[in-house]
Design a protein around this ligand. Structure first.
Ligand code: HXC
Length: 257
């Protein structure tokens, strides 16, 4: 499929999705959201695909929600249309999505990166929630996901001052999994995604689902959820194959069943 605001290509079992509004530093307007939902739904439904990478360009992952699109809105249209509500579909993606962030990830851009399963950052990445400078607040989960990632002190400071955090600080704080040289970012992310995409598909979904459960529930309930899913995966053909392959010192061959 062709998208107005995205480039989508398949590299083996990896879907590479590139935000493509460079003239607006990839600002996230409603067309980007519609395209992103369509691309992620197609990815999730495609059995040949195991992991996605979401990226921007060297200057910007995304410099936020599109300020020009929002500037004339009022309460009735924002609340009435549940503006940004469509982003729940992004986090509902059942296969992993890696954010490969270079340059600015601000406001909605930072929030979109945090909706992904983990973030790989180029050395020039800059994260921030500068909404307060526009006299508004985060609206795509930033006030909730940033404290879970970096703790209250840094999240509160960033939301209240709008200051940016560079790649080093972001890694130190737990916002990003790893820093990669800018020139190698996409290649590294696709390689990482390929590693994931070559794992047994049911185990990939189950691992993602249980780590995400850690942010939604108590420790006791979370551990119980993990154990049930762990027991359940012993009903899969790939579990028998995975353990047999280890014992026989050969690579496993997955059927996704
Ligand atoms: C619409 C944007 C944009 C945005 C950049 N542009 N960010 N358009 N929405 N969020 C546009 C600019 O208007 C400009 O278009 C072009 O992209 C290049 O941007 P410049 O500002 O000229 O680039 P530069 O000087 O390099 O500065 C980069 C920047 C700055 C520091 C990232 O663009 C910036 O501060 N952007 C806004 C960041 C921000 O506040 N994000 C949060 C948005 S609110 P023209 O046509 O002039 O060339 C948000 C919250 C969601 O995301 C929930 C709350 C409602």
């Amino acid at each position: 499929a062709d998208y107005e605001t995205l480039l989508v290509e398949q590299r083996g079992r990896v879907t590479l999705i590139t935000l493509n509004r460079p003239q607006a530093l990839n600002a996230l307007n409603s067309q980007v959201l519609a395209d992103l939902i369509a691309a992620l739904e197609a990815f999730d439904a495609d059995e040949t695909q195991g992991c996605a990478v979401l990226t921007g360009n060297d200057k910007a992952f995304a410099a936020g929600a599109d300020i020009k699109e929002m500037s004339d809105q009022g309460f009735a249209t924002m609340y009435g249309s549940n503006f940004f509500g469509g982003y729940e579909r992004v986090t509902a993606t059942r296969k992993p999505v890696i954010a490969a962030v270079a340059g600015y990830a601000l406001g909605g851009g930072c929030e979109l990166a945090m909706m992904c399963d983990f973030i790989l950052a180029a050395d020039n990445a800059k994260f921030g929630q500068p909404e307060i400078k526009l006299a508004v607040t985060p609206g795509m989960g930033g006030s909730q996901r940033l404290p879970r990632a970096v703790g209250k002190a840094k999240a509160m400071e960033m939301c209240l001052t709008g200051r940016m955090m560079g790649a080093e600080e972001a890694e130190r704080s737990g916002l990003v999994a790893r820093i990669v040289p800018l020139a190698e970012l996409v290649e590294d992310a696709v390689k990482t995604a390929t590693t994931i995409a070559e794992m047994a598909p049911l185990a990939v979904k189950a691992n993602k689902e249980m780590v995400n459960a850690a942010f939604e529930t108590t420790l006791t309930m979370g551990v119980q959820f993990e154990r049930r899913l762990f027991h359940g995966i012993f009903g899969s053909d790939d579990q028998s194959e995975g353990m047999a392959a280890f014992v026989e010192k050969r690579p496993g061959k997955w059927t996704g069943r």
